[in-house]
Design a binder for this molecule. Structure first.
Ligand SMILES: Nc1ncnc2c1ncn2[C@@H]1O[C@H](COP(=O)(O)OP(=O)(O)O)[C@@H](O)[C@H]1O
Ligand SMILES: [Mg+2]
Length: 304
C-alpha cells in the first residue's frame, strides 16, 4: 500500500479523520465512531468544521455548540468560519501582525480579516493545531474530526509544509529590512515559531491521526481512491484503512442482487489492493442514517 510508516496501529490512535468526497458517509462514520467510543466509556469529542451542519442535524441540535455533552461521554463542538477566525486571532493574530506590520502598513482588523478569509487553508491549518493541542491536553480519549469534503481536507494537509516552504524565504526578506536590530530579532523569532508549529502539525498528522478513507463501491469513487493516496503520499501521509459504505448485502430482490453484483468487482479490487484487514464494509440501509441505533450499528462495524 502506498502508505508511509505508521508508528501506532489504528486502534491505539486517538484522533480520527474520515476523508472522502461529499456524500459518501464521512459525517455518519464520524458520529458513529464517536458514539461507539463514548458508549464504551471513553470521553469522546466529535468536532465539526464542515460548513454544512450535518452533525448537529444528526444529533438533532440547534445553534452553535462548544464542547456540549450530547450523550454520556459524548461531546460535540461545531466551528464555523467566524469562530475559527476569532480563535486564530486570539492564538496567533498579534504575533503574525507584528511580522506583517513591520513591512506593510495595514490596520489590525483588516489584517486579521485578510489573513483568515483570503489565505486558503489558514483556518484548516489552525484546526490542525487546535486538535493537536486538544491531544496534548488529553482531556478527551478520542477526538473525531468531521471535516469538510475532500478537496478542502487535502488542502489543509498540505498547509503546514506549504507554510514552511514560504517561510524559508522570509528570513532573507527580513534581513534586508531597514528595521532596528532588536525588532528584526523578534520578527525572526516569530518566523522560527511558525516553522516549528508547521513541523509539529505535520508530525502530529503523521504520528497520531488515524485516516480512514470513505468510499462507495462504484467505479467513480473507487477511481478517486488513487488520487487521494497520491495526494496524501506527497505529504508523507497514508491511510489506515478504507471504509466502503453503502454495500448491498441482501440478494433476495432481483434489483438488489443486480446492484450487489455490480458492487462486487469494486470491493474485490479494494480488498486486493489494501488487504482484507484494511477494508471495512458498511451496509447500505434502506433509509438515511438517523437515530442512535443505526449509528451504534455502524460504530460497531467500524470498530471491527
Ligand atoms: N450506510 C448507509 N445507508 C444508508 N444511508 C446512508 C449510509 N451512510 C450514509 N447515508 C446517508 O447518506 C447521506 C450522506 O451521508 P453523510 O455522512 O452526511 O456524508 P458526507 O459527510 O460524506 O457528506 C446522509 O443522508 C446519510 O444518512
Ligand atoms: Mg459531512
Amino acid at each position: 500500500m502506498n502508505a508511509s510508516k505508521r508508528p501506532a496501529p489504528e486502534a491505539a490512535r486517538r484522533i480520527h479523520v474520515f476523508l472522502g468526497k461529499g456524500g459518501v458517509g464521512k459525517t455518519t462514520c464520524s458520529a458513529a465512531t464517536a458514539l461507539h467510543r463514548a458508549d464504551a466509556g471513553a470521553r469522546s469529542l466529535v468536532l465539526s468544521t464542515d460548513p454544512t451542519p450535518s452533525l448537529s442535524h444528526l444529533f438533532e441540535l440547534e445553534g452553535r455548540h462548544c464542547e456540549r455533552e450530547v450523550l454520556p461521554n459524548l461531546y460535540f463542538t461545531e466551528f464555523g468560519l467566524a469562530d475559527l477566525r476569532d480563535m486564530w486571532d486570539e492564538q496567533f493574530g498579534h504575533e503574525v501582525y507584528a511580522v506583517f506590520s513591520s513591512f506593510v502598513d495595514v490596520d489590525y482588523r483588516s489584517f486579521v480579516e485578510f489573513m483568515t478569509s483570503v489565505l486558503p487553508g489558514l483556518n484548516e491549518e489552525f484546526m490542525v493545531d487546535f486538535i493537536r493541542r486538544l491531544a496534548v491536553e488529553a482531556r478527551y480519549e478520542h477526538v473525531v474530526w468531521d471535516t469538510a469534503p475532500l478537496g478542502q481536507t487535502l488542502a489543509l494537509l498540505g498547509m503546514p509544509r506549504l507554510l514552511g516552504e514560504h517561510l524559508k524565504l522570509a528570513p532573507r526578506i527580513y534581513s534586508h529590512l531597514k528595521t532596528s536590530g532588536e525588532r528584526r530579532e523578534s520578527v525572526m523569532d516569530v518566523i522560527r515559531k511558525w516553522q516549528d508549529l508547521s513541523a509539529e502539525c505535520m508530525g502530529f498528522l503523521q504520528r497520531e491521526v488515524s485516516f480512514s478513507l470513505v468510499t462507495i463501491p462504484e467505479a467513480l469513487s473507487v477511481l478517486q481512491v488513487d488520487s487521494v493516496l497520491e495526494e496524501l503520499a506527497r505529504h508523507g501521509l497514508g491511510i489506515d484503512r478504507v471504509v466502503v459504505n453503502n454495500v448491498v448485502r441482501v440478494t433476495d430482490s432481483p434489483f438488489l442482487a443486480e446492484k450487489a453484483a455490480k458492487q462486487r468487482p469494486h470491493l474485490d479490487r479494494l480488498r486486493g489492493r489494501f488487504g482484507e484487514s484494511r477494508v471495512v464494509e458498511v451496509p447500505l440501509f434502506p433509509s438515511e442514517v438517523r437515530g442512535l441505533d443505526r449509528l451504534r450499528e455502524i460504530g460497531r462495524v467500524l470498530a471491527g
